[in-house]
Design a protein around this ligand. Structure first.
Ligand code: MIC
Ligand code: SF4
Length: 645
């Protein structure tokens, strides 16, 4: 029986477990990446492990999220990360060099290799045939130390692409269509593998848009084969030597097949406040808009910018609209300047931002109250833009650019004829904003530069014998990590300071939560399905840990967040019967009797007692050998200290 591409790469990297679907496996990690918002914590954790030099083939630290620097905190973090990188053998992509995923694709990604990154959009690397997975910072720290990365051996979904995109229909519309069909939880436990004749019609940047936003499906990752088109892209980057062909066997067997005829797709938009709330332009109608933002790791490639410039040429941004453009990397921005694209955009009235995440993570450009903003980004969760009642629509760069001119959501097919956009044969390569690490001999003399806002990892403790604690918060389905640990320009500077950032934990849902939880000393959170979807930020586990959360009981978890809870030593529990969600109210006291003994004995199902109502509620506590030991130890840091040496 033939293998899928996913299985081939996973099996070639298997170091622990059996390649059996649904079972936990450990894989060897060839490359890691971090960004600054998750990086400080990841490097503090790496330091705590006491490994002198990274043991991966390549590790890169990017600065791209916290670039507003409204205060000393972010600049201190950047210096800290730069010094850690220098000391421990990590390449350092300086602020201004671009968004981690875009730069990694351009300069570092290698087909057939494994990559984990402390950012949920790491699957962008799947655009060149890597197994690239988003993870918590602690998992990345362990991988840098040479430890395996653990995932559930996934089911593989084949997305069979046929046909060819019509003019002005974009790669963004492909992933929006997949999201429309599968939903934000449709990918949990799965890898999405793109196959079929249609693959050949898509360039690498287009493929990367699709794998990037596959994160919104909750998928472990997404992957395209590595073919002649990948080879051309890598050659144009001056990296042709790293290319290899990567593809599934012709007789590979998939768990699910989704057929998409590219020729039939139309321009789409994800409406507020979920990436799977997808509608066509026709369904949405003539929507007046206030803002357009083009950029983010989903849509900031040179190809995207070429299209946007073509649409803006000779035009003026509509008087009621603010248009901002953040190119994905220094390479993209440089080439835009050389090719004359930048001056077209400036002339049209676009506000050019630096090559960074920017508005995507609420670092500036928050829309006006109730403002309608079209963004080429990947997430439109409530409040993420920094404006609580902002209405964010996720669209392609083509749709965004034409709408910025007309002032309302416009079907880009109205533009008329589309020229052929051809990527240059050679990209301008200038890695001068990547600082290389010190040699092994010099490393000892490198001083780590720590700012006053950088506080240590919160205190952990081994799992208690029994837990009896009140429910400090009860929340609905589809809670995102942006609810649990909001980001944005005000809160992101606190990423290195868990006591301070925890004051903002869950404030999107309940302003009083942090104070209440802290006063209770220890408590439990109850939630609905797909709890913790979205970002990889381990702060969504570390802040609850600091606030005394002992367990989270929900209908179902998103993958990375569940792993982050385990890593933080917080028990992840799920209802056996989802209806029991209604049997618990906020304030009820729950008892997990003899929990340590149960976990130790490998009991995966037992009853939680609601002491307030007397009801016994069956729950699942699915911890395997390794995750069981992590939980008993009080989290991955404690566990690793014991096991990695
Ligand atoms: C995001 O897009 O939500 C982020 C900001 O890139 C996060 C990481 C973080 O919170 O620092 C992610 O996607 O993992
Ligand atoms: Fe940055 Fe936005 Fe991409 Fe996250 S999704 S890495 S914030 S550009």
């Amino acid at each position: 029986m033939g293998l899928t591409l996913t299985e081939k790469i996973l099996r070639a990297h298997l170091v622990d477990g059996e390649p059996v679907k649904g079972q936990e496996i450990g894989i060897r990690i060839d490359q890691t990446l971090t960004q600054d918002a998750t990086g400080t914590m990841a490097y503090l954790e790496f330091e705590a492990m006491g490994v002198p030099r990274v043991r991966t083939e390549r590790s890169v630290a990017y600065i791209d999220h916290n670039t507003l620097q409204n205060g000393f905190e972010n600049a201190d973090d950047h210096r800290f990360i730069g010094s850690v990188a220098k000391k421990h053998g990590i390449h350092f992509s300086r602020p201004g060099n671009g968004i981690c995923h875009q730069v990694h694709l351009e300069r570092y990604g290698i087909p057939g290799k494994t990559l984990i990154g402390s950012d949920s959009h790491t699957p962008t690397g799947g655009g060149i045939g890597m197994i690239a997975i988003g993870a918590g910072g602690l998992d990345v720290a362990v991988a840098m130390g040479g430890g395996a990365y653990y995932i559930t051996y996934p089911q593989v979904v084949k997305v069979n692409l046929t046909g060819k995109l019509s003019p002005w229909v974009a790669a963004k519309d492909v992933i929006l269509e997949v999201l429309r069909r599968l939903s934000v939880k449709g990918g949990v436990g799965k890898v999405i593998e793109y196959c079929g004749e249609g693959v050949k019609t898509l360039s690498v940047p287009e493929r990367a848009t699709i794998t990037n936003m596959g994160a919104e499906l909750g998928a472990t990752t997404s992957i395209f084969p590595s073919d002649e088109i990948t080879k051309q892209f890598l050659e144009a980057q001056g990296r042709g030597e790293v290319w290899s062909e990567q593809s599934a066997d012709a007789d590979a067997v998939y768990d699910e097949v989704v057929d998409i005829n590219l020729s039939e797709l139309v321009p789409l938009a994800a409406c507020p406040h979920s990436p799977d709330n997808v509608k066509s332009c026709e369904e949405i109608g003539k929507l007046k808009i206030d803002q357009v933002c083009i950029g983010s790791c989903t849509n900031s490639s040179l190809l995207d910018m070429m299209k946007v410039a073509h649409i803006l040429k000779g035009k003026t941004v509509h008087p009621d609209v603010s248009l901002s453009i953040a190119p994905g990397s220094k390479q993209v921005l440089n080439m835009m300047a050389d090719m004359g694209l930048l001056s077209i955009m400036i002339a049209a009235g676009a506000r050019i931002l630096e090559s960074a995440c920017g508005p995507c993570i609420g670092m500036g450009q928050s829309p006006n109250s109730g403002g309608i903003s079209l963004r080429t980004f990947n997430r439109n969760f409530l409040g993420r833009s920094g404006t609580k009642d902002g209405q964010i629509y996720l669209v392609s760069p083509e749709l965004a650019a034409i709408s910025a001119v007309t002032g309302y959501l416009t079907d880009p097919r109205e533009i008329g004829e589309m020229p052929e956009f051809v990527l240059p044969e050679k990209f301008t390569v200038n890695d001068n904003m990547i600082a290389l690490p010190a040699s092994e001999e010099e490393a000892a003399d490198v001083e780590i530069l720590r700012g006053p806002n950088i506080k240590p990892y919160p205190e952990t403790a081994p799992l208690e014998a029994s837990i009896e604690a009140p429910v400090s918060l009860k929340v609905e389905d589809n809670i995102t990590t942006d609810h649990i640990m909001p980001a944005g320009a005000k809160i992101l500077p606190l990423r290195s300071n868990i006591p301070a950032i925890s004051q903002h934990c869950f404030t999107v849902c309940d302003e009083a939560f942090p104070t209440r939880a802290k006063e209770l000393g220890k408590s439990i959170i109850v939630g609905g399905s797909n709890y913790g979807q979205g970002s990889s930020r381990e702060h969504a586990a570390l802040a609850p840990l600091y606030l005394g959360i002992k367990a989270v009981l929900v209908k179902s978890f998103a993958r990375i967040h569940r792993a982050n809870l385990v890593n933080a030593g917080i028990l992840p529990l799920t209802f056996v019967n989802e209806a029991d969600y209604d049997a618990i109210s906020q304030g009820d006291v729950l008892e997990l009797a003899d929990i340590r003994a149960k976990v130790e004995a490998g009991e995966t199902q037992f009853n939680v007692i609601n002491k307030t109502t007397g009801k016994e509620i069956p729950v699942l506590c699915e911890l395997t050998g390794r995750t069981k030991d992590i939980m008993l130890a009080g989290g991955l840091l404690d566990y690793t200290r014991e096991n990695l040496k």
